[in-house]
Ligand binder design. Structure first.
Ligand SMILES: *Cc1c(COP(=O)(O)O)cnc(C)c1O
Length: 405
């Protein structure tokens, strides 16, 4: 294959599904003259809440800011501890630190890449305020068990659903969408690497009206009156600033795009599931390759398809061999505790009895988190991926795995 044809046939890891509808929605909003948080944001919130089945949805600037507000709402204050995973994008743990609290990391289950509920109870201390779970790569975590532990210990459950819009969980015998929420607060991302996108953007869902009001206050500088209230008022009014707030707003241009993305979402999830099924069939017989598990109570949206390489394979070499054939991959999810910004913190491996007990920046008990980062790769999966392209990925991976010592 010449480099030119390889270039033409390049298969990226992911590609957002955006089209004329999104472009026109953005254009209409711009021409309307109202581009900041306004009628489009309000409509997007209503439609998103209806989709996931939540009472309230509040749009914000990203999932990171959603997590920050979610943790504030459930009462996380400086000095608290929040039980979470290291095996996630760094924003998960960072959101705990924005509150002045300490993330206490527990390990993951190797098959689903999600928090291992069996490890949670032993790190709970009198300072623990909340459990921050991640539905990693769109796969619902064992939320029933987490919520059971949280309720019995008086803790809140915040869900990092950055990747999980459209995923489902079996709850009280019924399939429900992630974000209802089954915990207390759920936070979504609309970054282009996720399943639907508004460029940047996020959403917080909850069934508590008082928390939803709090989110609306905090995303707008703690301002007592919203922009719409002041704009529509027939009498002169002065706002006040009663609480310490932030600028975490979403724009109306983003929300207009989000509303079009929401219309596409059912089709996107259906295509992703079909592609995941195809990967399962195409890759099933590669010796030593381990495919992701979908528990009986979970239906993933397959935001990412992450495979564990056979023992003899070198992660970087397999990725390079695929890249040489015009196929992009990424290594598995990062582990925050291994990064300098976490490694150097004295508390970085948790502080409760039986927490992972690190010395000099090593965290021996997060074995599966580290192994997942070192031994897995994420394969291309996006709605526009053709069956023929997917066949090419599977064949290239097969050839590479068979070459491993
Ligand atoms: C992407 C991601 C985030 C951050 O989302 P932003 O919208 O980019 O802030 C947080 N948590 C997880 C698990 C993610 O994958």
């Amino acid at each position: 294959m010449t480099s030119v044809s390889a270039q033409e046939a390049f298969i990226p890891l992911a590609r957002p599904l955006l089209g004329e509808e999104e472009a026109q929605a953005a254009s209409r909003t711009i021409m309307s003259g109202w581009v900041m948080q306004g009628p489009q944001v309000a409509a997007f919130e209503t439609e998103f809440a209806a989709y996931v089945g939540a009472d309230h949805a509040c749009a914000v600037s990203s999932c990171t800011t959603a997590l920050h507000l979610g943790l504030i709402a459930v009462g996380v204050v400086p000095g608290d501890e929040v039980v979470t995973v290291s095996h996630s994008f760094v924003a998960t743990a960072n959101s705990v630190r924005y509150c002045g609290a300490t993330p206490v990391f527990v390990d993951i289950e190797p098959g689903t890449f999600n928090i291992d509920p069996a490890l949670v109870e032993r790190v709970i201390t009198p300072r623990t305020r909340a459990i921050l779970v991640v539905h990693q790569m769109g796969m619902p975590c064992d939320l029933a068990e987490i919520v059971r532990i949280a309720r019995s210990r008086g803790l809140a459950v915040v869900e990092d659903c950055a990747c999980a819009v459209g995923s489902e969980i079996l709850w009280d015998g019924q399939w429900q969408r992630i974000g209802r929420p089954q915990g207390d607060v759920a936070c979504f991302s609309f970054h282009p690497r996720k399943v639907i996108t508004t460029g940047d953007g996020g959403m917080i869902t909850t069934n508590r009206g008082d928390w939803d009001e709090r989110f609306r206050l905090l995303r707008l500088h703690g301002m007592s009156q919203s922009t719409a209230q002041r704009h529509g008022s027939p009498t002169v009014t002065f706002e006040s600033y009663d609480v310490f707030g932030y600028n975490f707003r979403m724009t109306d241009i983003q929300a207009a795009i989000g509303r079009e993305q929401l219309k596409r979402l059912p089709g996107i999830v259906e295509r992703r599931r079909a592609l995941a099924d195809r990967y399962r069939r195409l890759l099933a017989d590669i010796p030593g390759l381990v495919l992701p598990e979908e528990p009986a109570w979970a239906r993933s949206n397959w935001q990412s398809y992450c495979v564990r390489l056979p023992d003899g394979c070198d992660q970087r070499q397999v990725m390079q061999e695929l890249l040489d054939q015009g196929i992009a991959t990424r290594r598995g999810i990062m582990a925050a505790h291994r990064e300098p910004v976490y490694r150097t913190e004295p508390w970085s491996c948790g502080s409760g009895p039986g927490a992972c007990g690190c010395a000099a920046g090593t965290c021996a008990r997060l074995v599966e988190s580290e192994r997942a980062q070192d031994r897995t790769i994420v394969l291309p999966l996006f709605p526009q991926l053709t069956d023929a392209e997917q066949d090419r990925v599977a064949e290239a991976l097969r050839a590479s795995c068979l070459l491993c010592p």
